[in-house]
Design a protein around this ligand. Structure first.
Ligand code: ADP
Length: 630
């Protein structure tokens, strides 16, 4: 006799949600049922190890009946006893997880889609579900049926072998809701779903596939026949031992799995066992995707649980500064079961993420040390991303990333690490010097480089917008401060020279003041320069924002109103200075005009726009005319 029973409350709530919401991931029902079947076979296998009744034809079989509108999924796993049917299929969320009690909203549905709802997902596509099962521990078979409303029935049934057969009576199409359930009755859809979600399930998933043959003697007449195929490839490449995998296979897998045309630049394959057990297979693509630096870019790794696909881009697994890494993580510690606390997943994922972060860093460091050419290629493509990593979050990651970044320098056309730079530093050198500009040539010709070049100090070339911002966070490397050649005091001359210098500055104060006066609002100060040698003048910035930073910020879409404070430095040893002194004796007004010209020229050298181009060219013309008056 059939007994009718009520579902437990939480189950009803979830059922309602799944059935009545316009849920976009209906197709995961197959993954869920196959994964249950595979677990049931696992259990039977473990039991058989102790009972010595070893079996070797474990399988999951799918049958489609388009006319009867049924999908049947059979396994030869442990099966259910009657109690198990009641306890396992009559109640969902047995561990009483809070999520269900607190009620679910749409975001939770997303989570369900990712982590699975197990057996109940069958109701997303079925108007009725029948479970025919026989436990390895019982001689009696049972039939469980439900229409997914509030009750189910259980009755005795006939079944020869242990295992479970689940028959889904597929819903009718609902055109209004644009639900196409017929889709699930097609061989190719099922085939695709198995490939997509269950390809690496350890047991063969078999289905009869309709084939067409054109025998020669029948003169082109097609004969349809059916052949059983195994739909899944069963062994995930990342589960194979490293020595068994050829590089080619990994490259092929990468291209297929992540839709790339070229082999990856680097493969990082690791298996971790211990408190957290997982396998990860990571790839650094040869070329970054075009949108890597755009807001649209979605980072993340694929997540599998025991070979079963859970989600495509898990963001948690990869930090922003390694966002270019593609790949997957397969962990047996993650369960598809929503009924386990989500928090637990979270903690596991966090642990895995922190392992992966270190792993990637170590691999990159190894590559930098042992495969410099390859690292250079990597760095050319992704270096800016690492620099952003240092800048972001006020430098919490600087320790992790500072040895991965590199620069070309005034002395080297190859990239140099900070470690290498500091190793080659001159004994008396007190700072790590850097200079910003478009390219090496333009930086080397900067007037601010005069004395530094003379001292033969190496200067890091900053050519990316992010560089100065990054260094403002980095501040030091190995206790050596970074110093912008166009900002502050460069500490290039010794004490006795400084004294002489200060005296000279006092002596020339009236001239400097005059120049400063003519450049009010433009510069905060006018000084004699301690960094120039051959050039007559230059602009440097005071504390805080540099001129380079001003340029970068001004180019941003928000166009913020920022200004670096500017100081005009004059070379006291240059003929120009003598000229200024001479002119000042007879015609101080002229000095004012010259000051404006010099300032404009300094702006041009810095790549900053002239504030008043017309005034500048008028002054230049006047200068030429005056010079040739006599
Ligand atoms: P879970 O996420 O725990 O798999 P389900 O709702 O999918 O949740 O299934 C509930 C329980 O029913 C499972 O934990 C398992 O014990 C049992 N079960 C489900 N499918 C099968 C099956 N094909 N064979 C045997 N037992 C099964």
């Amino acid at each position: 006799m059939a007994k009718t029973k009520q579902f437990k409350t939480e189950s009803k709530k979830l059922l309602d949600l799944m059935i009545n919401s316009i849920y976009t991931h209906k197709e995961i029902f197959l993954r869920e049922l196959i994964s249950n079947a595979s677990d049931a076979i696992d259990k039977r296998h473990y039991l058989s190890l102790t009972n010595a009744d070893l079996m070797d034809d474990y399988q999951i079989v799918i049958d489609l009946d388009e006319e009867a509108r049924t999908i049947t999924i059979s396994d030869n796993g442990v099966g259910f006893t009657e109690d198990e049917l009641i306890n396992n299929l009559g109640v969902i969320a047995r561990s009483g997880s809070k999520e269900f009690k607190d009620g679910l909203d749409n975001d939770d549905l997303e989570i369900i889609g990712q982590f699975g709802v197990g057996f109940y997902s069958a109701f997303m596509v079925s108007k009725k579900v029948t479970v025919l099962t026989k436990s390895v521990n019982s001689d009696q078979a049972y039939k469980w049926t439900s229409e997914g409303t509030s009750s189910y029935t259980i009755s005795n049934a006939e079944k020869d072998e242990p295992g479970t057969t689940i028959i889904l009576s597929v819903r009718d199409n609902n055109e209004e809701l644009e639900d196409n359930y017929d889709e699930y009755l097609r061989e190719y859809s099922i085939k695709n779903l198995v490939k997509k979600y269950s390809d690496y399930v350890r047991y063969p998933i078999k289905m009869d596939i309709t084939k067409t043959d054109y025998p020669e003697d029948e003169k082109g007449k097609a004969i349809e026949y059916s052949e059983t195929e195994v739909l899944n490839s069963m062994i995930p490449i990342w589960k194979k031992s490293k020595s068994d995998i050829k590089e080619e296979d990994l490259n092929e897998f990468y291209k297929h799995q992540f839709n790339d045309y070229t082999d990856p630049l680097k493969v990082i394959h690791s298996k971790v066992e211990g408190l957290t057990t997982y396998t990860s297979l990571l790839f650094i693509p040869k070329k970054p995707p075009v949108d890597l630096y755009s807001e649209k870019f979605e980072k993340g790794l694929q997540l599998y649980s025991k070979g079963v696909f859970i989600m495509d881009k898990n963001k948690q697994l990869i930090p922003d500064y390694f966002r270019f890494v593609r790949g997957l993580v397969d962990s047996s510690d993650l369960s598809l079961n929503i009924s386990r606390e989500m928090l637990q997943h979270d903690r596991q994922l966090k642990k895995i993420a922190s392992h992966l972060e270190k792993k990637i860093k170590n691999e990159l460091e190894k590559m930098q040390k042992n495969e410099r050419e390859l690292y250079n290629e990597f760095y050319t493509n992704y270096g800016v991303n690492l620099k952003y990593g240092i800048y972001e979050g006020y430098g919490v990651n600087k320790e992790l990333l500072q040895d991965l970044i590199m620069f070309k320098t005034s002395k080297s056309d190859d990239f140099v690490t900070l470690k290498e730079y500091t190793k080659n530093i001159k004994e008396e050198q007190k700072y790590i010097y850097y200079a910003s500009g478009k390219n090496k040539q333009s930086i080397l010709s900067l007037p601010q480089m005069d004395l530094i070049k003379d001292k033969d100090y190496e200067v890091l070339l900053f050519t990316d917008d992010i560089d100065e911002f990054m260094v403002s966070i980095l501040m030091k490397y190995n206790d050596l401060e970074f110093k912008n050649v166009a900002q502050g005091d460069l500490d290039l001359i010794d004490e006795s020279e400084i004294e002489k210098f200060d005296e000279l500055e006092k002596e020339k104060k009236s001239l400097l003041d005059l120049i400063k006066e003519s450049l009010t609002d433009k510069v905060t100060d006018v000084k004699l320069s301690k960094r120039l040698k051959d050039s007559p003048v230059c602009l440097v910035s005071g504390e805080g924002l540099s001129m380079e930073m001003e340029k970068v910020l001004k180019n941003m879409p928000t166009n913020p109103d920022v200004k670096a404070s500017k100081i005009l430095e004059i070379n006291p040893n240059h003929d120009l200075f003598k000229t200024l002194e001479k002119v000042n004796e007879t015609n101080p007004d002229k000095v004012k005009e010259y000051a404006k010209i010099l300032y404009s020229q300094a702006l041009l050298i810095e790549g900053l726009p002239l504030e008043n181009p017309v005034e500048f060219s008028n002054l230049m013309v006047k200068l030429m005319v005056d010079a040739n008056k006599e």
